[in-house]
Design a protein around this ligand. Structure first.
Ligand code: 4NP
Length: 151
């Protein structure tokens, strides 16, 4: 799960998908990173932590890291929150770029629409609730083929 800062959106996405995988008994390794180095080592944004916890998911132990070239090799799938993240991932991957592994996360819900998860960084708590809902729906779609559950 990749966004710009690894402090608002991608920590939520990591927490949500990890929780769903654990509940489904899937031994998935879920991680997140930022394309920037702005917040390395910091915990998630207080409002990401708050909204996540209100939904029963504790993300307080996560720490921000920057996306590295080797992530494209290490992970089976990489989800970008927006188009700028996608292009930055491509640049950071250099010669190791594999387009089949990287996808905008909202393509899971609305294929072909190039929709983006809005950045809640400059807004209030409402934006974080909206982002949580979008990511919860997208992660549900990601996990469905592996659980057989219909929702
Ligand atoms: P995120 O949001 O990419 O969802 O973590 C942002 C976090 C920090 C900044 C911008 C967006 N920033 O400019 O520091």
């Amino acid at each position: 799960m990749v966004c710009l800062g690894n402090i608002c959106r991608s920590p939520l996405a990591e927490g949500i998908l990890a929780e769903k995988a654990a509940k489904a008994g899937l031994a998935w390794f879920v991680d997140s990173a930022g394309t920037s180095d702005y917040h390395i080592g910091e915990p998630p944004h207080p409002l990401s932590q708050k909204v996540s916890l209100l939904n029963g998911i504790d993300i307080s132990t996560q720490r921000c890291r920057q996306f590295v070239e080797n992530d494209i090799i290490k992970f089976d799938k990489i989800y970008a929150m927006d188009g700028a993240n996608y292009l930055d991932i491509k640049q950071l991957c250099g010669k190791n770029w594999q387009s089949d592994k990287v996808k905008l996360i909202l393509e899971e819900l609305h294929p072909g629409k190039n929709m983006e998860v809005p950045d809640p960084w400059y807004g209030g708590e409402d934006g974080f609730h909206q982002v949580f809902k979008l990511l919860d729906d997208a992660c549900e779609r990601i996990i469905q083929p592996y659980t057989g559950a219909l929702k």
